[in-house]
Design a protein around this ligand. Structure first.
Ligand SMILES: C[S@@+](CC[C@H](N)C(=O)[O-])C[C@H]1O[C@@H](n2cnc3c(N)ncnc32)[C@H](O)[C@@H]1O
Length: 338
């Protein structure tokens, strides 16, 4: 996530903390979530010999030009999902890399552009697709069954009013299509109203949930964690920034499991004796934004940075059920597949 400050330009979230951890960068790195390119720029300035840049959103192309002009031979740019990282590296004949950075979630470029339809703050088509491909949020809201809408809003948004919100959505779409962000947020506001002094808009959780579903964000995250392990060399670093509690819970539990030895993990004891942990945590507690950063960029308030170092080349074993990934009915997959 970014803020834009006229005097200093784009400021990637937690970049000063990342810089302290990594004052120098060496070898080959992947920036799997390019966005505005703030982290990529830092990785190159700090010494990366090669940078593989990935983002699923074709609109980020406009931000790569300056970097490519400055470091033409160092950058390899891909519009793709970061879960394809292994394939991308294989095509480049690269086996292992020195670092992976994932700054996941939505960028302010996506949130602030009304035509992308991510935000209840700007009126626009109800779209929300990072990749600009596949079914839109409008397809979901206008065609999914009430139960599925309620489930998504409850499990991906942790919204306690999910059932009534889904009911009102279905009642409303019978009268006319819900195809704009304002139409959807008005329906939700109509239930809860906007309370004076409330910190969050009543549509915040529902919009987050629908966005996560449309972009398959949590499943991508889990794949991304596995892929990062597979592509790193022993001694390589993995840094990941999350923006909400569902994401951070998955990352935290993943790192908790993979930073223990087999005999410390009762669920893995059956696979045999003590082994080297897969990763070592570099920061025990997540790094969060300072008050100063939050003042400049209020969206950094919920950001958490976790960093680990790869210790082993053994095949990754872990109990997926313990990651706290919300289980949503299979009918959601039917939607995501279009
Ligand atoms: C918070 S922004 C990243 C900002 C970036 N670190 C910077 O310094 O400008 C998140 C970006 O990740 C991209 N993204 C989200 N999920 C992705 C995925 N599964 N694969 C590739 N890119 C993804 C989004 O399109 C968005 O541009």
């Amino acid at each position: 996530m970014h803020s834009f400050n006229k005097s200093i330009g784009h400021i990637p979230v937690l970049i000063s903390d990342f810089r302290k951890l990594f004052p120098k960068i060496s070898g080959i790195w992947v920036d799997g979530t390019f966005g505005f390119g703030g982290y990529s720029k830092y990785l190159l300035e700090a010494g990366a010999e090669k940078l593989i840049v990935i983002d699923v959103d074709p609109d980020v192309k406009q931000h790569i030009n300056n970097l490519q002009a400055k470091w033409p031979s160092k950058i390899d740019f891909h519009i793709s999902n970061f879960i394809k990282i292994k394939n991308i590296l294989k095509n480049l004949e690269i086996k292992h890399i020195d670092g992976v950075l994932l700054d996941i979630g939505v960028s302010s470029m996506q949130l602030d552009k009304s035509l992308r339809g991510f935000s209840f703050r700007n009126d626009g088509p109800l779209d929300m697709r990072m990749s600009r491909n596949g079914p839109t949020a409008s397809d979901f809201i206008n065609h999914a069954e009430e139960n599925l809408i309620a489930e998504v809003i409850y499990k991906y948004g942790e919204e306690s009013k999910s059932k009534i919100i889904a009911k009102r959505i279905v009642e409303s779409r019978k009268k006319s299509k819900i195809d704009t962000t304002y139409k959807l947020s008005n329906i939700i506001e109509g239930i809860s109203g906007i309370k004076n002094g409330a910190k969050k808009h009543p549509a915040t959780k529902s919009f987050q949930a629908i966005r996560i579903a449309i972009n398959n964000e949590l499943n991508n995250l889990v794949f991304g964690l596995y892929c990062a392990y597979d592509v790193l060399k022993v001694g390589g670093y993995f840094a990941i920034i999350t923006f909400h509690s569902l994401e951070d819970r998955v990352v935290k539990r993943f790192f908790n499991q993979v930073s223990k030895t087999n005999d410390q993990l009762s669920e893995l004891k059956k696979f045999g004796g003590v082994s080297t942990p897969f990763f070592q945590k570099i920061n025990k507690k997540p790094i969060i934004a300072s008050e100063k950063e939050i003042k400049i960029n209020p969206r950094s308030r919920s950001a958490k940075l976790r960093v680990v170092k790869k210790l082993s080349n053994n095949a990754l074993l872990l109990d997926l059920k313990k990651l706290g990934l919300p289980q949503v009915s299979d009918s959601l997959r039917a939607f995501q597949c279009g």
